[in-house]
Design a protein around this ligand. Sequence first.
Ligand code: PLP
Length: 425
Amino acid sequence: MTIERRAFDTRSIRRDFPILKREVHGKPLVYLDNAATSQKPVQVIAEITRYYRDTNANIHRGVHTLSQEATQQYEDVREKVRALIGGRRVEEVVYTSGTTMSLNLVARGWARHRLRAGDEVVLTEIEHHSNIVPWQQLRDEIGIVLRFIPMLPDGTLDMEEARRLIGPRTRLLSVTHASNALGTIVPVRELADLAHAQGALVCVDGAQSVPHMPVDVTELGADFLAFSGHKMLGPTGTGVLWARHEVLEEMEPLFGGGDMILTVTLEESTWNEIPYRFEAGTPNIEGVIALGKAIDYLTALGMDQVRAHEVELLDYALRRLGDLPGVTLFGPPEVERRGGVVSFDLEGVHPHDIGQVLDSHGVAVRTGHHCAQPVMAALRVPATARASFYIYNTPDEVDALAEAVADAARFFGGATGATGAAHGG
Ligand code: PLP
């Protein structure tokens, strides 16, 4: 399929996002909470309405025209996902409700049946809770051992420790591609090579990478890749688990019910082929179909262009915030090693207070532990403020952020003249 390439023109991109026209507290909305969820373009919003007005029917079940159309539209998105992430086969794409469900499916559907007590799963200290908790639950259930690659003060991973921790007992490495709390881009390929050399599989949490940069499962060395539709212009309640065909064949379904079976008798059932055996029940049909429009939108822009735009904003934001007295920036200082996320705090001001002052300026950022409490523990802070960028953000919005942070410093008397731009904990 040929996709028409659009020029990367932020002004025309912004026109596609109706929400960006709204005001908050009488100020133009400056939406910098994209790591939590992205806004949606008209193309995605309209597709949801179109689906319900023209096509709505259940899929995979009916011979009638509407059902066939809905099925076709739903299935066509698998190919878009495959192409986006460089998968080999369309059946390798399993629809889920999001990264959380995808990672739980790896833990419950693969690891629970393939691992034994004493087998090791290697994670990192910078994981989102959704790549920690399912593994702790499994540890408590079947006795696997969890190992954590530590974070260095600049938010990158201790690769020397990684080489020590990934060993002959390692059966799985499950690692984020980009940290939602600090932006750190993890050298997944290097870690994957270490894991594969020990015969282990590699699961990548792509929640913060697939929406923001080119991702190719083969280049990454991934056996599993999890990501969410809502962080990449698509609807909430959509997500993907991609896994190598051979690995999916080794997995057990998580849920039983309609659509995932081949035959059912009162005594027993047999499973449908992949990927359907992992998609029990009526799925989020309109969500998946609209996710297809989101992928079209990003693909037309070009993921390399998306990444280049964010690097520009990131570079500017690190300089603007780093110049403010009392601001501490967390995460790696080099833009090449981080996604479009700036985590910071302001001396003497609780991040929640920063967030409230910023909100009064119309600037939406996230404050808190960002579902990464171990990162906060390693940094020895209770929380941070986090600005995160996407395709529609502009340098003017970075200025608005910096001015609002300066205002918070004045308001709370927090700017003590301490030097800014201190990287790390
Ligand atoms: N992993 C990372 C790195 C994330 O940033 C997030 C969401 O913030 C998740 C996993 C969980 O994604 P979801 O809530 O869409 O399941």
